[in-house]
Design a protein around this ligand. Structure first.
Ligand SMILES: C[C@@](CO)(OP(=O)(O)O)[C@H](O)COP(=O)(O)OP(=O)(O)OC[C@H]1O[C@@H](n2ccc(N)nc2=O)[C@H](O)[C@@H]1O
Ligand SMILES: Nc1ncnc2c1ncn2[C@@H]1O[C@H](COP(=O)(O)OP(=O)(O)O)[C@@H](O)[C@H]1O
Length: 313
């Protein structure tokens, strides 16, 4: 048995519409999810003892049972106890590059990489959709992190329909360090503030879902200018008033004339879309010059056509 190193990409949300309540207590969503090249590196390594160990180079990432990567390994152990008994445990090493609590699905992508990695290490031969079904029991974004690319995500975010790949689109990410936003808080607050407007009938639900049509058409036509204009995220309605620094990042991107700007997921990352690497680097420098705050982190990255993949050494 050998080790496997996997690239675990982050995602951004090009579209996030909260349609209403679900019977399971989650929210019914319509999202467009997009993988980006910014990624963690996750290595799974066989160890003799029947244990799961997590190591991470980032001091704030938990290295115990609460780590999503640990939970993914534990799920595989429970699903395939004979393999665990036969081959022993696993050490998971995470080289963290995706910021935490950023709305970029860093933890979810780590968990997705562990599912894919253990499938390879134990030679299970599971399909993507079998791994996604397992991943969905741990988190709504994990199935997407396995397949990646550009995808429509519905249900609670786990029902995926692939969309045409979007090429040559660059992304500038801006996030204040030490400003994580909790996903459960964002959804809970949204329900408190807007729950009374959630649709009651099936036909009203269907009508609301149609609001994403413009974005779907823009993606089908690969119309970047239109995609930039139609970016949407309902969670901004609760996060921006509470986190003024996030609003400020968004305003700043807007003033720099990017194709579009939006908060990703539940935040606190704000992204700006641009059409070339040179322009992306210029925008990053302009952001740095305009907001002289040492706690502001900026990245230039680009759309990526895949989810978790084997790292080439
Ligand atoms: C907001 C989004 C947008 O892509 O991502 P992030 O900002 O976390 O990256 C996702 O909807 C987050 O997905 P994920 O982070 O996997 O969430 P989960 O662990 O499944 O759920 C965390 C909590 O968020 C709420 N939740 C999540 C998904 C959903 N459709 N409805 C919800 O109400 C629930 O309160 C749940 O307990
Ligand atoms: N493998 C992991 N990577 C990052 N954070 C993790 C991981 N496992 C658990 N966590 C916890 O989950 C929190 C938010 O997770 P993260 O995936 O970074 O945010 P988001 O869902 O906003 O993209 C972190 O602050 C951390 O406490």
């Amino acid at each position: 048995m050998r080790s496997y190193s996997l690239v675990a990409p982050a995602k951004i949300n090009l579209y996030l519409q909260i349609v209403g309540d679900r019977p399971d207590g989650f929210h019914e969503l319509v999202m467009v999810l997009q993988s980006i090249e910014l990624a963690d590196l996750v290595t799974v390594r066989p160890i003799g003892a029947e244990t799961i160990q997590v190591r991470c180079n980032h001091p704030d990432v938990p290295q115990d049972q609460t780590n999503l990567a640990y939970k993914a390994a534990d799920l595989m152990v429970r699903q395939f106890p004979d393999y665990f008994a036969k081959f022993g445990g696993v050490e998971i090493n995470i080289q963290k590059r995706i910021p935490l609590g950023a709305g970029l699905a860093g933890g979810s992508s780590n968990a997705a990489a562990v599912l894919v990695g253990l499938d390879l290490m134990w030679n299970l031969g599971l399909t993507h959709s079998e791994l996604q079904e397992l991943g969905a029991t741990l988190g709504s974004d994990i199935p997407f992190c396995i397949s990646g690319g550009t995808s429509l995500a519905t249900g609670r975010g786990e029902q995926l329909d692939g969309l045409p790949d979007l090429h040559d689109i660059y992304v500038v990410l801006a996030k204040y360090r030490d400003l994580p936003v909790s996903t459960p808080w964002a959804y809970k607050t949204y329900r408190q503030q807007f729950g009374d407007t959630y649709p009651k009938s099936v036909s009203e639900i269907e009508t609301r879902k149609q609001q994403s049509r413009g974005m779907m058409a823009a993606i089908a036509q690969q119309n970047l200018a239109q995609i930039g204009k139609l970016l949407h995220n309902d969670l901004e309605r609760v996060v921006l008033p509470e986190y003024l620094q996030v609003q400020q990042l968004r305003d700043r991107f807007q003033s720099l004339g990017v194709l579009g700007t939006m908060m990703s997921g539940s935040g606190s990352t704000v992204f700006g879309l641009v059409e070339s690497q040179a322009h992306a680097e210029q925008v990053r420098e302009q952001m740095k010059g305009a907001i002289a705050d040492p706690n502001l982190d900026l990245w230039v990255t680009r759309f990526c056509p895949s989810g978790v993949r084997l790292a080439t050494s």
